[in-house]
Every structure is written in C-alpha cells, then in structure tokens.
Design a protein around this ligand. Structure first.
Ligand code: SF4
Length: 349
C-alpha cells in the first residue's frame, strides 16, 4: 500500500452557503450547523494533544465536512495559519483537506502548499457525466481529471471519494469510476454507498418512484466490485460508508445504504465473491475437507459477520468439513483454498 499510517485530528469545517445542489445533500441540516468558530480548531487539536504522542510524523489536522477550498479565502487562510502553528511547534506533521474537483486550481494549490497541506481528498462521487448531472453535482468528470492531475503534479497525496448507487448509476459506472480513480494516481479511496436523508431532492425522487434507494445487500455487492478494483491496484480503501452521526441517528426518514456495519459487510462480500470464484475452479465432492486460508489479520472478515461466508459455503457446498485459517503465505486481500478428498492429495487453488 502506498499510504503511510497516520492519525487524523478531525476538525469539522461546515461549508456554509454552498452554491451547489447535490440531490443527496441535506442542505438544511448542513446550514443549520453552528457558525464556524475558528477557535474550535484550538479546542479540538488541543484536546487531542493532551495525550502523549511520541511520534508526530503521521499526525494530520484534517479539515472535513465541506469544500475547504471553497471557503471564503480570508477565512480559509486564517484557518490554515492556525493549523500551521501546530506544525511549526512540531506537534503535528501536516494538514489534510477535503474539497470539490471544480474548486482546485494552481493558485489555490500554491496556497495549500505554503501551509503544509499534504493530503487533498476530492469528492469525485462518479466519473460518469450522466451520473454527475443526475446527481446535481455541478461539475464534470473532466474537471475531476484536471484537478487530480494538478494535485498529483504538485506532489500532494490524493484521496478519491466515490459514491455507490447515485441516480442513473449502474455497477459498471461505479467500476469505471474506481478504475479511473486508480488511473488518476490515487493514494487512497473512500467509498460511500448512497444514504437517502429526509428533506433532500433524492428523498423526493425516491417517494415518487423515480429513484430506488439501495438495499444494504445491493450496496455490499456493488461496493465489493469497486473494492476489488482498488485492492488490485494497491489503492488503500480508508473508509466504506458514512460514519454514524447525530444527524443520521436522528433522521427517522433515512433510507438507502445505512447500516452501522456496512463497511464490514462490503468487505465480507468481497471475500465471498473470491471464495466463490475459487471454489468454482475446483472439483468438490460431498466428502471433501475444505480449508480457506487468508492473510494474517483478515480471518473475521473472511468468515464474515455472523459467519455469513461460512454459512454461504455450507449452503452451497455440503462438504464433510470446513475450516478457515490465517497463513503467512497468503497475500493481503487474497485467499487460497485447500481441498482434501478421500484418498486424494490436497488441491490448492
Ligand atoms: S457540494 Fe454538494 S454535497 Fe457538498 S455541501 Fe454542496 S450541495 Fe452538499
């Protein structure tokens, strides 16, 4: 993996008065956020730093929750100045921001660089213009390509955020988006299956039957397909699904891909699919003993939540025995299957 281990100190910077109109965004709830208080940076960072961190090389102050480079320029620079003081004092190593592709140009990148911003997360959502249009994103795939190219050429770490199940988006669009994020040189990715909040255009589209929200199962299946692309290209997926927030907890009308363990379910499904593909290549009889080997640390993900992958194998392959084991010989995100049949030597695939 290209990403180095790090710790984020998340600072929420609401992008007040966003001029865009993404169908999945609950603007009302966003603009209800309290006015951003620049002193909250000191409160958040200060309380984090009360814990001793002998190695500060991986600590970033991370500005999330808005389009950072779309913030009023004077305020943006004041925020950066405040964060930069912690870098000068040797308490953190760098800054991370998230923003929109159409809010990136050479000039703003030079400002970010001056204040030691190291990582830029881009809200890409889709690389299909029809999906971007149907989702009211207000930017094109070409703008994303240009932004990513500028970010990479200026030496920033680049994280691509994408969504699953947006209006007009098919699994092929999502796989294409993941492949493009890899091709654009992403160092990491975040995958967000679409959640439908109340008081959004998407909620109204769902109520009139124009949009069908994802089920948890669909979200897991479609996300598993993009995970495979990211893993194959050694792009680390640092988040799957929204974090549970107050807004989500309080929104009784929320539908779509919302499940507290969604990320886990998507990874389980990724493993289920590669197990299924491996088993199809092997002759398996009722008196087979199957062992599924996986990399160190991935056992619970391979077996699955509530043993879902174990049950899937047992339901589809009524074998004599089934075991799951970690093995140093198996690469990360891979599996190997050993099948022993009566009087036969083991077969490994
Ligand atoms: S860019 Fe879209 S998702 Fe982000 S705040 Fe504006 S409307 Fe909401």
């Amino acid at each position: 993996m290209r990403r180095t281990e790090h710790i984020n100190i998340p600072v929420f910077v609401p992008h007040l008065g966003c001029p865009h109109n993404c169908v999945f965004c609950n603007q009302h709830e966003i603009t209800e956020c309290e006015e951003f208080d620049i002193n909250s940076i000191d409160d958040t960072v200060g309380s984090f730093l009360t814990t001793e961190h002998p190695d500060t090389s991986g600590i970033q102050i991370a500005f999330f929750g808005g389009s950072f480079t779309g913030i009023d320029r004077t305020l943006m620079i004041r925020i950066l100045e405040k964060a930069y003081r912690y870098i000068s004092d040797g308490k953190v190593s760098s800054i991370r921001v998230s923003t929109r592709p159409d809010y990136i140009d050479e000039e703003v990148l030079s400002v970010l660089k001056r204040f030691r911003v190291r990582t830029i997360e881009l809200g890409i959502q889709s690389m299909s213009d029809k999906v971007l249009l149907a989702s009211g994103r207000g930017h094109t795939a070409l703008q994303t390509e240009n932004a990513a190219s500028l970010i990479k050429s200026q030496g920033f770490e680049f994280v691509g955020q994408m969504m699953i199940g947006l209006p007009c988006s098919a699994p092929d669009d999502e796989m294409y988006t993941a492949a493009k994020i890899c091709e654009m040189g992403a160092d990491a990715a975040r995958v967000y299956p679409t959640v439908v909040f109340s008081n959004t255009a998407l909620h109204r589209l769902a109520q009139t039957g124009v949009y069908t929200p994802l089920t948890t199962e669909e979200a897991a299946k479609r996300s598993a397909k993009v995970l495979r692309i990211f893993y194959k290209n050694n792009v680390d997926v640092i988040r799957i699904g929204l974090c549970e927030t107050e807004t989500l907890r309080n929104d009784t009308g929320v539908t779509g891909a919302y499940h507290p363990a969604l990320g886990e379910l998507c990874i389980n499904e990724y493993y289920r699919v590669i197990i299924e593909e491996s088993l199809k290549r092997i002759n398996i009889s009722d008196d087979s003993d199957i062992t599924v080997y996986c990399s160190n640390g991935s056992l619970s993900k391979v077996i699955g939540q509530k043993k879902r992958n174990r049950k899937w194998i047992e339901d589809n392959y009524p074998v004599r025995s089934l075991q799951f084991k970690e093995s140093e010989e198996v690469k990360d995100k891979d599996i190997k299957i050993s099948v022993k049949e009566n009087a036969n030597a083991p077969t490994v695939t």
